[in-house]
Write a protein that binds this ligand. Structure first.
Ligand code: ATP
Ligand code: MG
Length: 173
């Protein structure tokens, strides 16, 4: 009997999404089914998104949403997309066909008030008993940290960006 855990990877340091993907890699190795939902579409097509296609159907990988809010020219459209993405996540959790569901950058939707924290907490709290849920993103809200079984805060000790090194394919995306 498995006890489904809620894990949260937060903080300003690099390693939140990649830690979650590491867990996915581990779970897939044991033949578990994993669903990754990325709530923010980055500027580049990521290596994980490309590679995920080769791991279907054990790995379901969905990139939803539309880039970073502060660059947006249509906040209403972003909010609608965020809502749709969240509804998809709710459906995925409720249908209970994965042992692990990764909600990547979910915290941004709360931070930008596109979805309510209490909705997230409710859905995660009543997930299937054996399902692991992993949430990543900066500024994880307190309620989520309280609910979590595992919280790791990535601390930004040093990042190449600070020395003028731009994001690199295969390392940053
Ligand atoms: P990764 O996906 O590499 O694990 P992350 O999920 O912890 O990173 P995000 O906040 O989602 O970090 O940002 C993703 C992108 O921002 C990555 O390209 C990452 O290299 C970059 N990044 C993360 N942390 C920092 C930082 N402290 N300074 C500058 N860039 C960063
Ligand atoms: Mg991330």
């Amino acid at each position: 009997m498995t006890k489904g855990l809620l894990a949260v990877f937060t903080g300003n340091g690099k390693g939140k999404t990649t830690s979650a993907l590491g867990l996915a890699f581990r779970a897939l190795g044991h033949g578990h089914k994993v669903c990754v939902i990325q709530f923010i579409k980055g500027n580049w097509l990521s290596g994980e998104q490309i590679f995920a296609n080769t791991l279907a159907p054990k790995l379901d990988f969905h990139v939803m949403g539309k880039g970073f809010t502060w660059k947006s020219d249509d906040l209403a459209e972003d909010a609608a997309l965020a809502q749709k993405a969240w509804e998809f996540a709710v459906k995925t959790i409720e249908q209970n066909s994965h042992q692990m569901v990764i909600l990547d950058e979910l915290t941004y939707l709360v931070r930008y008030k596109m979805i309510q924290e209490k909705d997230i907490l409710e859905v995660i709290a009543r997930r299937p008993a054996e399902m692991h849920v992993v949430v990543t993103g900066r500024h994880a809200p307190d309620g989520l940290l309280d609910l979590a079984d595992l919280v790791t805060e990535m601390v930004d000790v040093k990042h190449p960006y600070a020395s003028g090194i731009a994001a690199q394919k295969g390392f940053d995306f």
